[in-house]
Design a protein around this ligand. Structure first.
Ligand code: 9D3
Length: 253
């Protein structure tokens, strides 16, 4: 998979991504990312990429041309591994879910645009027709952290990204989960068996793997019911009640 990122803060990406799972996945040749500075495509001598909003109001708006040229430049670069899925990180986007992450993880080439300022001129959004994605209902200062969140979530799903341990581990448990939809995790314990008067649940020391599995699944369901009942309502896929979690339609990206 190839990922291009367009941003006004290119220096934010490398330290975060190279230090975590995406860094290992890149070293293993599963993914590569290229971070482009939108400002390099400003065509004025002050490298200005924003301007005051028509109609007045606070803040600045990212102008069309540098972003348009930055996209054209990034997409013209080899290799053409397949069609590019364009993504704009924006508070107005569709909420990110694991279903959407899984969909994006199957694409050969992604281009992510991290906005800053109050927003991006709507006409370049119309022209680029990107998938618009938000990572949640809270206000951040830009789309850079959301782009990194998205890259992390996608890359760890690429076959081989987590090493041998995961595919097997995920498998044995995910069957059980599927019939219950997406569940919160069960509690975990390690040594010592007693810590500050608190004991590890007896069942986990029993060596009876079937009972342990059953106990864990019960705890998962119990916790999900207590903390996130919205996850249980749902359709196994994610949440049919939530139109935001349906797969991306072909005409939508
Ligand atoms: C006052 C109106 N604000 C919209 C809620 C303006 C505004 C706030 C934050 C405009 C841009 C931003 C910067 N945030 C993002 O670009 C962003 C974001 C976020 O703030 N929360 C969750 N997901 C995302 S994805 C991109």
């Amino acid at each position: 998979m190839r990922i291009d990122v367009l941003t006004l803060f290119p220096q934010m990406f490398e330290p975060v991504l190279s230090a975590s799972i995406p860094g290992r996945a890149r070293a293993a040749g599963l993914v590569d990312w290229f971070v482009h500075d939108i400002r390099d495509h400003a065509n004025n001598k002050h490298n200005k990429v924003d301007d005051r909003p028509f109609g007045g109001g606070p803040g600045m708006v990212m102008v069309c041309q540098p972003l348009w040229d930055a996209v054209a430049n990034a997409e013209s670069q080899a290799p053409q591994v397949g069609p590019t899925t364009r993504i704009l990180l924006t508070p107005q986007g569709r909420p990110l879910t694991q279903t959407l992450v899984e969909d994006l993880a199957s694409r050969p080439r992604l281009l992510m645009i991290a906005g800053h300022y109050e927003g991006v001129d709507e006409r370049v959004i119309d022209a680029l027709d990107p998938l618009e994605i938000s990572i949640g209902d809270y206000v951040l200062s830009g789309g850079e952290l959301p782009a990194m969140v998205l890259i992390d979530a996608i890359v760890r799903l690429l076959p081989g990204a987590l090493g041998h341990l995961d595919s097997a581990a995920q498998d044995s448990f995910s069957h059980q989960h599927e019939e219950h939809g997406r569940l919160l995790d069960c509690p975990h314990y390690t040594r010592p068996r007693e810590w500050q008067g608190r004991e590890v649940p007896e069942i986990l020391l029993s060596g009876d793997h079937a009972r342990v599995d059953r106990w864990r699944l019960e705890r998962m369901i119990e916790r999900t019911r207590e903390r996130r009942p919205d996850l249980l309502e749902a359709d196994p896929a994610d949440s049919p009640a939530n139109p935001a979690s349906r797969p991306v339609q072909p005409d939508e990206d």
